[in-house]
Ligand binder design. Structure first.
Ligand SMILES: [Zn+2]
Length: 511
């Protein structure tokens, strides 16, 4: 404890020395990156109709259970039919395909642009929702699948994650089509079927299909992530629009010990459960080292100047820091970030032991024990690197390691200085005004667009759920109880998509 305290004092000293240095150098370049002078607009929306359609959409139980045999094809078929009858112009002018492997329940819409030489744009959202656990039902103020519209809110599973985005996109497209508007660049809408269980049937397959069809590069891809919320990022009270520019990877590994079982009256010195538990303990002690991801540097370049002035030398050091070297100030930043589990996850490949199975009877030693560990990798931590890390940590050849997931690598990083980001920020400010911080950020969770962003044809994936929440309490509706959105904010969400379709017209080709 004492040593740590001393080390910390040393950091503080070094920090203040560096701070005065930084003030002279980096700090004078550490100016606000917030877009200025954007005029707020109001988009007229048929709100009663739109709310009614979203309310009905919630009533289709398009649930993703972990057990994939539980897939309710009827619920998806009915939902598709409902979408078709609700948006006649979309279905008259856009090409609609049902894709997915092995089950074709994801929707791909193609809105042909007038100039085929332009790189296309893609809007992503998912149809599936997480289940509502029986024991949480009584905490819901409204039935989660009733789509109740009450007290100024639309209630139900999926109104925030993520049917709101599907319907806001379709409402906006319907409005544009009625006005006779046509995009110059081709636009795709992709609505996946299994985002909540990894997206291997839907998004992953469609990313492959579009790649095979010869699309060289997307100018812009957008998907869900954090909604606009005051206090959404730890330590920042202001209303903030976080734009995800990179996502971590995903891999689940099963560790297994296969040995001799036997009777509990004559146990060996080590049981299989004991051996595996020791291995897991050793693995959890061998955490991956902390490093600053380039997306985190971008994040603090944008956020930093809007935050506490006293901390700006620190943020400037992170924003302008170089990969591969860690300055004392970056060390201090890492120290601070690692105290909170949300921000700590941004610093390294995480290790989460999620399942542990062994034994069936109190007097029988189980011949096998298995554990599942879920990792969220940083760039470079491939499955091979992670497996090697485990082997070194546990030093036990009796344990076998197997990849049980369709793993995805950490993604590319979208450009926060390009026209795509600019069009997105402009649209956010047109709809929600200028009294908010807009900043890129590094997504530790990840959504279906990772299947696109992991490929080189879609580096510029921007993720944000385009709706304003009142507070972080409302955010708990994501996968929780009382998922709901404000009716008036849903109108703005539709306005957002209506506006961004047109704002994307200015994007340049990259190739
Ligand atoms: Zn979602």
């Amino acid at each position: 404890m004492k040593i740590k305290h001393l080390l910390l004092s040393a950091f503080v000293l070094l920090t203040s020395a560096k701070a005065s240095f930084a003030q002279d150098g980096e700090l004078k370049n550490f100016t606000s990156m917030q877009m200025q002078g954007i005029e707020q607009i109001t988009v007229d929306v048929d709100l009663d109709g739109a709310v009614d359609r979203l309310s009905k959409a919630v009533q289709f139980k398009t649930i993703s259970n972990q057990d994939r045999e539980d897939f309710d094809t009827q619920a998806f078929d009915d939902y598709h039919a409902f979408i078709k009858e609700s948006y006649p112009n979309v279905h008259k002018h856009l090409k609609r395909e049902l894709l997915g492997n092995p089950r074709p329940y994801s929707l791909l819409y193609t809105w042909e642009g007038s100039d085929p030489s332009l790189e296309p744009a893609l809007f992503y959202a998912h149809q599936d929702v997480v289940p509502v656990p029986e024991d949480s039902r009584d905490q819901w103020k409204e039935d989660p699948f009733s789509g109740a519209v009450k007290d100024g809110y639309i209630w139900g599973r999926g109104v925030l994650d993520d049917k709101n985005q599907i319907h806001a996109i379709l409402e906006a497209a319907e409005m544009r089509l009625k006005e006779g508007w046509q995009p110059t660049r081709t636009m795709y809408f992709v609505f996946g079927q299994d985002e909540e269980v990894g997206g291997n049937e839907g998004a992953k397959h469609i990313a492959d299909v579009l790649e095979q069809r010869g699309i060289k590069r997307f100018a812009y891809v957008m998907d869900e992530s954090a909604p606009l919320t005051p206090g959404i990022f730890p330590g920042i009270k202001d209303n903030t629009a976080l734009i995800g520019i990179a996502q971590k990877g995903f891999i689940s590994l099963e560790l297994e010990i296969n040995g001799i079982g036997g009777h509990s009256s004559m146990p060996p010195e080590e049981s299989n459960i004991g051996i595996l538990a020791t291995a897991i303990t050793k693995l959890e002690e061998a955490q991956f080292p902390y490093k600053i991801h380039p997306a985190v540097r971008h994040q603090y370049r944008y956020m930093g100047p809007e935050l506490d002035e006293k901390k700006q030398p620190l943020y400037a050091a992170v924003a302008f820091g170089k990969d591969g070297e860690v300055t004392p100030m970056e060390e201090e930043f890492i120290d601070e970030m690692s105290k909170n589990e949300v921000t700590r996850a941004m610093l390294h490949t995480t290790i989460a032991t999620t399942m542990f199975n062994a034994g069936i009877k109190d007097n029988v030693l189980p011949p096998t024990a298995t554990a599942v560990v879920n990792f969220r990798p940083m760039p470079g931590d491939t499955p091979e690197v992670i497996i090697e890390h485990i082997r070194k940590a546990i030093k036990d050849d009796r344990i076998t390691i197997r990849d049980i997931s369709a793993s995805t690598p950490a993604t590319n990083i979208a450009d926060p200085t390009g026209k795509g980001y600019e069009a997105l920020e402009k649209t956010i400010r047109q709809i929600w005004g200028n009294d908010l911080i807009v900043s890129p950020f590094f997504v530790v969770g990840g959504s279906d667009s990772k299947h696109f962003q992991a490929k080189d044809f879609a580096p510029d994936v921007y993720t944000i759920t385009a709706i304003q929440l009142e507070s972080t309490t409302e955010f708990k509706g994501f996968h929780g109880v009382n998922e709901r959105i404000l009716v008036d904010e849903y109108a703005k969400s539709i306005g957002f998509f209506y506006q961004i379709f047109n704002n994307l017209e200015v994007l340049e080709n990259h190739l």
